[in-house]
Design a protein around this ligand. Structure first.
Ligand code: NAP
Length: 290
């Protein structure tokens, strides 16, 4: 009898992870005998969990908050994840990858944007911003990083300069948030990679309002809880094109899926599963509030 291949995501908290519904929908669509589960693992047990998954013959792992940096030394990371300093994907052989930046770039491409030679204003200098900046630069974009703590954007830009020297592509600058208005005039794409606007963290807040935006701007918020963030609402009011955070989530998941299975991921089915799970979770959340 064939043994079902198990995949999983490690992190903590993990109960709201959308990855199980996304990947299980993909396995079902491709008629694969595989199952994907979420495992609540903290920093103390991550090494044991990764070794255990390998010993048990897992097909692959995703690594999420707060383990992405710690997992780097527990696998054989590729050059990009080493540069980012974090992995979100491990294959059955123990090779590590970071597909977050690829997820963001594919979301932009799906919306019709050619990243090469495009000026992107990237808000944030945390883990997600780092992964996105690295991939944008590899793909030849001009990246303007603006962060609340300006010294962190400078550190990120310095790290990314090494990437530019290596690949001879892209261009990066570091700024503080006070420069947003001037930077927006130069940018064709605005990406929010901060936690601002995230439900339960910085509810209802946005770093940019519609009068600051030009109609040709593409506004991409990687926050997906809520799906329509205050920033995306402002962008719609300004007539700007918008991309929500589910697009990045799905494309990073699809890239992981392709690394594990060497198959073409059914991206639209994965996206539909994520959006349906989010709809159900929002309904339950609203009912709880009544
Ligand atoms: P992180 O490493 O903690 O970074 C947080 C960033 O937000 C920092 O740049 C921080 O600036 C900034 N920030 C926090 N509070 C702020 C405020 N009040 N005003 C201005 N800036 C503020 O977080 P992360 O892992 O990069 O994640 C960022 C967001 O992206 C989260 O909402 C996460 O859920 C989302 N995300 C989405 C996806 C996806 O697939 N769609 C993937 C990864 C992450 P300082 O440096 O000044 O503190």
């Amino acid at each position: 009898m064939a043994v079902t291949t198990v995949y999983g995501v490690l992190g903590s908290p993990i109960d709201h992870s959308l990855s199980p519904s996304m990947h299980n929908a993909a396995f079902k669509a491709l008629d694969l005998d595989a199952q994907y589960h979420a495992f609540d693992v903290d920093g103390k047990r991550v090494e044991m969990a990764i070794r255990g998954a390998k010993a048990l013959g897992f097909g692959g792992l995703n690594i999420t908050f707060p383990l992405k940096e710690a997992a780097l030394s527990l696998c054989n990371p590729d050059a990009l994840s080493k540069r980012i300093g974090a992995v979100n994907t491990i294959d059955r052989g123990g090779a590590g990858f970071n597909t977050d930046g690829i997820g963001a770039v594919r979301a932009l491409e799906e919306a019709g944007i050619t990243v090469k030679d495009t000026t992107v204003l990237l808000l944030g200098a945390g883990g997600a911003a780092k992964a996105i900046a690295a991939q944008l630069l590899l793909d030849g974009a001009r990246v303007l990083i603006a962060n609340r703590t300006a010294s962190r954007s400078l550190i990120l830009a310095r790290q990314m300069t090494a990437a530019i020297i290596d690949c001879g592509c892209g261009d990066v600058e570091a700024h503080g948030l006070v420069e947003i208005d001037r930077l927006l005039n130069e940018a064709q794409v605005l990406i929010n990679a901060t936690t601002v606007g995230m439900r339960g963290v910085l509810d209802g807040q946005t770093l940019v309002r519609s009068p600051q935006m030009h109609p040709g701007l593409v506004v991409f918020d990687i926050v997906y809880h809520p799906l329509v963030t205050p920033l995306l609402r402002e962008a719609r009011a300004a007539g700007a094109q918008t991309i929500d955070g589910v697009k990045m989530l799905v494309h990073q998941g699809a890239a992981s899926f392709a690394l594990w299975t060497a198959l073409d991921p059914p991206v639209h089915i994965m996206e539909a599963a994520v959006r349906e799970t989010l709809r159900r979770a929002n309904r339950a959340e609203n009912e709880d509030r009544l």
